[in-house]
Design a protein around this ligand. Structure first.
Ligand code: HEC
Length: 180
């Protein structure tokens, strides 16, 4: 069977080093199907590097996330939950509430005028199935981009990728969910 390169459960188990080995040496030598040919003779090390990077990116692929957003996400350092907390207090509590429960001072107004509620960011059941890269993209591009409420603003003009990643890390901490 041909491996699905965007199957994140399967692909997460492969490190970039292992991927490089499968691509360079082929399936047969790495205990997989020998229908996957070795490419080391036919591609330069740089081309193999590019392929590894491309396959790693596929893991995060969501057709509605532009590749520039994904590239910025991947290039930014790990998010820091404490930095996320300070940014959150500054930019997000008006809607999401000081504890992230979706009950900030604007929440009642949003419900009344637009029948929209800021997401409860402590909702573990909801957040356990969401990918970090998708949360990042919603923060960066806003709800409207994903056919969610347009009242969730886009932050890409205001915040850096590192800051938005810290906000994702903060959402992980208050929803008590694992990164995925
Ligand atoms: C003006 C109000 C408002 C502000 C300010 C706001 N949000 Fe939101 N946010 C919303 C609304 C409304 C939703 C619900 C969107 C939906 O599910 O349709 C939402 C949803 C979300 C979600 C869930 C996304 C998903 O994939 O379902 C996250 C995460 C989030 N906001 C993070 C933030 C962060 C971080 C900030 C601050 C940088 C912020 N929001 C600021 C209104 C706001």
């Amino acid at each position: 069977m041909v491996a699905k390169l965007n199957n994140s459960d399967r692909m997460e188990k492969l490190s970039p080093e292992e991927l490089r080995k499968v691509i360079a040496e082929g399936g047969g030598k790495t205990h997989r199907s020998d229908l996957m040919p070795p490419w080391a003779m036919r591609l330069t090390p740089e081309q193999i590097d590019d392929l590894v990077q491309f396959v790693v990116q596929l893991r995060y692929m969501n057709p509605s996330v532009p590749s520039s957003t994904l590239a910025a996400y991947m290039a930014a350092p790990e998010g820091v939950p404490a930095d996320g907390r300070s940014l959150f207090v500054h930019h997000c509590v008006a809607c999401h509430g000081s504890e992230g429960k979706g009950d900030g001072p604007f929440a009642a107004k949003l419900l009344e005028t637009a029948k929209v509620q800021p997401r409860n960011l402590t909702d573990s059941v909801y957040f356990k199935d969401r990918k970090d890269s998708d949360l990042y993209a919603t923060i960066a591009l806003g709800g409207g981009h994903f056919k969610k409420a347009v009242q969730m603003p886009a932050w890409t003009q205001t915040l850096t990728p590192a800051q938005m990643k810290s906000l994702v890390a903060y959402v992980r901490s208050i929803s008590q969910t694992e990164s995925k």
